[in-house]
Write a protein that binds this ligand. Structure first.
Ligand code: CMC
Length: 375
């Protein structure tokens, strides 16, 4: 028997079709339901993008008003969620707290108790919207608790992005900051069969529920090779400190065979299509906060990495320092990614349910040959 071809990490393997987004490294483009992500980032609210990912079309003005008002009505945290979060040490990683809270939301959803309801499209749309509305409240609660601050109640006169920042900081920042935040959410919302989305689809393919799929996806996103990279970029910046130390730091890190976080991508080998848009927002923020030094460090490490390895930044490279400038704790960066990506995850869960086939690959066994007990 010939050995099967192994595709380690499923690199290059096309697992299924999708109508949600397309990533084309040749043209360096990313389309959500056919729209270039740069156009969506320039012209759409995050609510419109969520609607687009779930429904396949942008909302009409009437549909948007109804969608926004439903989202605004679902923002308040249940006391049981607060208690679950309070039971986790404030020093725990925010991704661990977020994962626990989302899992608990599944346990609190009484409709899940009827097995028939797990795949019900209408109920699932409501569940996805609930997760979408709750995640900012959970992330803001975690961030404030880490700082010993009381939670801030949501405001239903604010859009999603403004309310998220309001609940986190207790004030709505200037429009340029809100806009950079909105852009980051749009760029993070969806990216085809990345590790966390694939995790969500594997879970959905067993006909498990949407909360389980999102809980698993959060676990996959946490790792530094995926979403955890935006946090790791900031840790690297903290180690480097100033632009003039970037080359020396990089040489030492590469000599130790460290991966440089925020660089490289499984699909894009000539640059991540989302980086120029997020970089432009980072430049606006650095100007707003008078932090040219951070941009200098950003440029110095990017140039050095280009010279040494010819590896380009991915989205996590500009978004990490952007979230830092906005005032988020470094450990909260990946939960922000999760709050955005929950839109893409749930869109994929629905697509999986709609044309399901259990995801169950094969492996080639390389352990001991058959043997028998000597008793
Ligand atoms: N730093 C140093 N070397 C790197 C890096 C990096 N960031 N990325 C790739 N390489 C090298 C790697 O060592 C390997 O070299 P060699 O062939 O000599 O062993 C070569 O480039 C190919 O890398 P790979 O790891 O086999 O490529 P991959 O497609 O499996 O990995 C990746 C993609 C994202 C896991 C990797 O580039 C990486 O670890 N990057 C750092 C973590 C990161 O920024 N992750 C965020 C990814 S994008 C946004 C997201 O999804 O969250």
């Amino acid at each position: 028997m010939t050995d099967p071809e192994i595709h380690k990490g499923l690199a290059g393997v096309v697992v299924d079709t999708t109508t949600i987004s397309s990533v084309n490294p040749q043209t360096n483009s990313l389309l959500y339901r056919g729209y270039p992500v740069q156009e969506l980032a320039a012209h759409c609210s995050f609510e419109e993008v969520a609607y687009l990912l779930w429904h396949g079309e942008l909302p009409t003005p009437e549909q948007l008003v109804a969608f926004e008002s439903l989202e605004r009505s679902l923002r308040r945290l249940d006391d049981r969620t607060r208690r679950a979060l309070d039971d986790i040490p404030a020093s725990a990683h925010p991704m661990d707290a977020l994962r626990t809270a989302v899992s608990q939301l599944g346990g609190l959803d009484a409709t899940l108790q009827q097995p028939d309801s797990i795949l019900d499209p209408e109920l699932n749309e409501g569940r996805a919207l609930y997760l979408f509305a709750q995640l900012p409240a959970i992330v803001a609660y975690i961030q404030r608790r880490r700082r010993g601050l009381d939670p801030v109640e949501p405001r239903d006169d604010l859009d999603y992005s403004r309310n998220f920042l309001w609940m986190t900081f207790g004030e709505v920042p200037d429009d340029v900051v809100v806009d950079a935040f909105r852009v980051s959410l749009v760029l993070y919302a969806e990216h085809s069969f990345n590790a966390s989305t694939f995790t969500a689809r594997v879970i959905a393919s067993t006909l498990s529920d949407v909360y389980s799929a999102v809980t698993g996806a959060i676990g996959a996103l946490k790792g530094p090779l995926h979403g955890g990279a935006n946090e790791a970029v900031m840790h690297a910046f903290e180690e480097i400190r100033t632009a003039d130390r970037a080359e020396e730091w990089l040489d030492a890190a590469l000599a130790e065979k460290r991966k440089i976080m925020g660089f490289g991508h499984r699909v894009y080998k000539n640059g991540d299509s989302r980086v120029p848009t997020m970089h432009a927002s980072l430049v606006v923020l650095a100007d707003h906060y008078d932090r040219r030094d951070l941009l200098d460090l950003y440029d110095a490490l990017e140039n050095a990495m280009g010279e040494r390895k010819n590896i380009k930044p991915n989205l996590d490279y500009p978004s990490g320092p952007a979230y830092n400038l906005m005032g988020f704790d470094t450990e909260t960066f990946t939960p922000l990614f999760a709050a955005a990506r929950v839109t893409g995850w749930t869109a994929h869960v629905f697509e999986q349910y709609a044309a399901n086939s259990l995801i169950r690959p094969l492996s080639q066994y390389t352990g001991p040959a058959e043997r028998h007990l000597e008793r």
